[in-house]
Design a protein. Structure first.
Ligand code: PSV
Ligand code: MN
Ligand code: MN
Length: 389
């Protein structure tokens, strides 16, 4: 039992969770952005906040950037600043959805000039990766149509494939494309990359440096996300996660908040199928916005939620599970899984943190640190994260 416990602890200490720069800024819905005091005004200040999350959790050393929301003159200097704070710059997220030119799409747009603009932006993102040392280019396309007949579905797929191929060509040896899918919104009739199958098919054609990213908020209600995860892992095509919680649509709320059981089921497939092994390169990223709650503690809570789901998944007795499955013992198999889910892993995680030299309660430690008060005083006039800007 101690051996198992030690192995679980070691795996928890090794897991890293990447936080999004846009999660630290002001955000909202199309109805209202509720500005909060002390939000970062620059990408540099976003790194300061991300460093706090890492300081108190010990497992969040990477920060995803969003271009152009995080545009700076010198990306190497930004990477150096991250390093000084004990961080690294993670995925570079492209943005081909906020310019007027993209009304009918970006990489799938019927006009070659617009596609050129979009592909040039994606290639510029790879230039930025070269400067920051980032390995992941995360692509989410808002492309699609609103009305039957608006554009040719196959034609759009052809343009998508051609655009992606040009970006793929630009990648360095250690760089990869992570292609997101999302079933609707902002397009309401067709979306050009609506599901994992479409993303998978494009990644397969592109080659080994293209993988699928599963954003947990991007599925129709009732979709079995853990099945998708298991399938992609088996095929070596799971690049990573954009974690968040959804209840109705793409809610982008704190991961594991509405449905911690789903997060556990996902993490069970991940742990069972080698996705926690650093060699698998599965990236555990958050893609969230904190509209009504305080941002830094919300990111800390989210990181903890991922850790709790991971810990429970690691506690699944795989030998007992395999035996029950082999024997066709449905009830025992299910009970083995539920035993792990029903375990209170908070004491274990407190122990892990203490062994890492951290305070066992990261949220309380952050509250006691005085950082929130300090930024509220020092930072005047925070910027938008991008959404609603
Ligand atoms: C839009 O749905 C979205 O939430 C995608 O998930 C992207 O990852 C994110 O925005 C940032 O572009
Ligand atoms: Mn996402
Ligand atoms: Mn989303």
């Amino acid at each position: 039992m101690t051996v198992v416990r030690d192995a679980v602890k070691a795996a928890l200490k090794a897991q890293t969770i990447e936080t999004p720069s846009w999660g630290y800024g002001n955000s909202g819905t199309r109805f209202k952005v509720f500005a909060q005091p002390g939000v970062p005004r620059t990408p540099w200040e976003k790194l300061d906040d991300a460093a706090k999350v890492h300081e108190f959790t010990g497992v969040a050393p990477k920060v995803s950037l969003h271009i152009p929301w995080d545009r700076v003159d010198d990306y190497a200097a930004l990477a150096a600043c991250a390093k000084e704070r004990g961080l690294e710059l993670g995925a570079i997220n492209s943005n081909t959805f906020q310019d007027d030119a993209y009304r009918l799409g970006s990489v799938c747009h019927p006009d070659a000039k617009v596609r050129r603009k979009a592909v040039d932006h994606l290639r510029e993102c790879v230039d930025i990766m070269d400067a920051t040392g980032s390995t992941d280019l995360k692509l989410w396309f808002a492309d699609g149509t609103n009305y039957p007949g608006q554009d040719d579905i196959v034609g759009r797929q052809d343009r998508l494939a051609e655009s992606l191929a040009e970006v793929y060509e630009r990648l360095g040896d250690d760089q990869r494309i992570l292609l997101e899918y999302k079933f609707f919104e902002p397009a309401f009739y067709t979306t050009d990359v609506p599901d994992w199958g479409t993303s998978y098919a494009h990644c397969l054609r592109l080659g080994p440096k293209a993988q699928v990213v599963v954003d947990t908020g991007h599925h129709a209600p009732g979709t079995n996300i853990e099945f998708i995860v298991a399938f992609l892992l088996r095929e070596g095509k799971l690049g990573g996660f954009d974690f968040n919680s959804r209840f109705y649509a793409d809610d982008d709320l704190m991961v594991g908040s509405a449905d911690p059981f789903q997060l556990f089921r996902i993490m069970h497939e991940v742990t069972k199928n080698g996705g926690l092994d650093p060699a698998s390169k599965v990236a555990f990223m958050l893609d969230q916005c904190h509209n009504i709650e305080a941002k830094i503690p919300a990111v800390i809570r989210s990181v903890m939620n991922v850790q709790e789901a991971t810990a429970k998944a690691l506690l699944v007795d795989l030998d007992a599970l395999t035996a029950a499955q082999r024997d066709g013992d449905v009830l025992t198999a299910n009970a083995v899984l539920m035993d792990a889910y029903d375990t209170d892993v908070r004491p274990l995680l407190r122990e892990v943190r203490e062994e890492q030299g951290l305070t066992p309660d990261p949220v309380a430690a952050y509250a006691a640190s005085g950082w929130q008060e300090r930024i509220a005083t020092d930072r005047v006039g925070g910027e938008q994260a991008g959404w609603g800007a």
